[in-house]
Design a protein around this ligand. Structure first.
Ligand SMILES: NC(=O)c1ccc[n+]([C@@H]2O[C@H](COP(=O)([O-])OP(=O)(O)OC[C@H]3O[C@@H](n4cnc5c(N)ncnc54)[C@H](OP(=O)(O)O)[C@@H]3O)[C@@H](O)[C@H]2O)c1
Length: 313
C-alpha cells in the first residue's frame, strides 16, 4: 500500500496526517516514481497554516512539490526513461508520499554523484533563484544585494550570481557567515544598522537587490540603495510590491509568472544537476525526517533550520 501526507483543515503542523492511497499509475506523458526523498519548502508550511491564501479544502490536500525517486512505471508516449532509473522531479502535487506520478517534463535523470536528498533540495529554491536572477538580468558588473543569503533560495542566488560574474552582498545571521563566504558571497548581518554595514561592504553601491527575507528592514534597505526599482524584487512580500513600485515573483504577488519565467524555473533543474555533477554547485542539507514525521519537518522549517529539510518514506 502506498502512503502520502495530507491535511483536511488549515492549522498547525499537527494537521498533517499520513493516509493510505492507491498505488498511482502513470497516464500518457507521466512517469510513476517510488519516492526516496521529498523537499520541504517554506511555502508548504505557509499553505498548510493558511498564512498563504489558497482555495477552500474539499478533499484531503496533498503536500510537496519537489523530490527524488526511482522510476517504477512509464506512461504512453514518454521516451528517455527506464524502470529503476534514479531521477529528480519538481513542480509535482503531493511529493510527501511513498509513490507518485509526475509529468515526464518535470523529471530529470539523477547523476550518480547527486544524492536523493540533494535532488529533493532543487526544485523550488534553485528554480526561484535562477529565474529571479535571469528576470533581473544579473551579471558581470552588478553588485547584487540578497536578503536571506543563508537560506535555501539565498544560497542558490549567491552561487548563480557569482558564476555569472556579479559581486554578491548577502545578509544572514552572524552564525551563518562562513557558509555565505564559502559560496562566494560577502556576508552582512541583518538587524539594526544594516544600511550602514551594506554601504561599507559595497562602497561603489548596489545595482540590484533581491528580498528572500520578507522583513520591512530588507525592503527598506533595497529601496534606499538601488536607484532603479525595476531592479528590486521581493520573493516574499508579493502583495506589497505594486505599492512600492518594485518587482515580485510569486510570493503572494497577484501577477502570475510569465511563460518565460516558468521556463527559466524549469531550466534551472537540469542546469543545476549538471553543475552538481561537475562539483560546481553546493547544496546544504538540513535534518531529514521519516514521512510519518512530516509535522516535525514543518516545525523545523518554521523554526528556521539550517539547510534543506527533507522527508524520506
Ligand atoms: N516567490 C517565490 O517563488 C518563492 C520561492 C521560494 C521561497 N520563497 C520564500 O522565500 C523565503 C526564503 O525561502 P528559503 O527556502 O530560502 O527559506 P530558508 O531556507 O528557511 O531561509 C530563510 C532565510 O531568512 C533569513 N532570515 C531569518 N530571519 C531574518 C530576519 N529577521 N531578517 C533577514 N533575514 C532573516 C535566514 O537567515 P539566518 O538563517 O542566517 O538567520 C535565512 O537566510 C521564504 O519566505 C519563502 O516562502 C518564495
Amino acid at each position: 500500500m502506498s502512503v502520502a501526507i495530507a491535511y483536511t483543515e488549515f492549522g498547525g503542523p499537527e494537521v498533517l496526517q499520513q493516509i493510505e492511497i492507491p498505488a498511482p499509475l502513470p497516464a500518457a506523458g507521466e512517469v510513476a516514481l517510488r519516492i526516496e526523498a521529498a523537499g520541504v519548502n517554506p511555502i508548504d508550511a505557509k499553505l498548510r497554516s493558511g498564512r498563504r491564501a489558497s482555495a477552500e479544502i474539499t478533499d484531503p490536500r496533498r503536500v510537496g512539490s519537489d523530490g527524488a525517486g526511482i522510476v517504477t512505471a512509464i506512461g504512453e508516449g514518454v521516451d528517455g526513461f527506464r524502470i529503476g532509473q534514479p531521477v529528480v522531479f519538481f513542480g509535482a502535487t503531493g511529493a510527501y508520499a511513498s509513490d507518485l506520478v509526475v509529468s515526464a517534463q518535470n523529471v530529470h535523470p539523477r547523476p550518480p554523484l547527486v544524492s536523493a536528498a540533494e535532488g529533493a533540495a532543487l526544485g523550488i529554491p534553485v528554480g526561484t533563484a535562477y529565474q529571479t536572477l535571469r528576470s533581473l538580468s544579473v551579471g558581470a558588473g552588478d553588485t547584487l544585494l540578497v536578503h536571506g543569503g543563508s537560506g535555501a533560495v539565498g544560497q542558490a542566488i549567491i552561487q548563480f550570481a557569482v558564476l555569472w560574474g556579479a559581486t554578491v552582498i548577502a545578509t544572514s545571521s552572524e552564525r551563518r557567515f562562513d557558509r555565505v563566504r564559502e559560496l562566494g558571497g560577502l556576508p552582512v548581518a541583518y538587524g539594526e544598522g544594516l544600511l550602514e554595514r551594506i554601504r561599507e561592504a559595497a562602497p561603489a553601491g548596489v545595482t540590484v537587490a533581491i528580498d528572500a527575507a520578507g522583513t520591512d528592514e530588507a525592503l527598506q534597505a533595497s529601496l534606499d540603495l538601488v536607484a532603479d526599482r525595476e531592479r528590486i524584487a521581493t520573493l516574499v512580500r508579493g502583495k506589497d510590491a505594486g505599492g512600492l513600485g518594485i518587482r515580485a515573483f510569486s510570493g503572494g504577488s497577484p501577477s502570475p509568472l510569465t511563460a518565460q519565467q516558468l521556463a527559466w524555473r524549469a531550466e534551472s533543474v537540469p542546469v543545476t544537476l549538471a553543475l552538481l555533477a561537475a562539483g560546481a554547485f553546493s547544496l546544504e542539507l538540513g535534518p531529514s525526517f521519516p514521512l510519518s514525521e512530516a509535522a516535525a519537518a514543518h516545525r523545523a522549517v518554521e523554526e528556521g533550520a539550517d539547510g534543506k529539510v527533507t522527508l524520506t518514506p
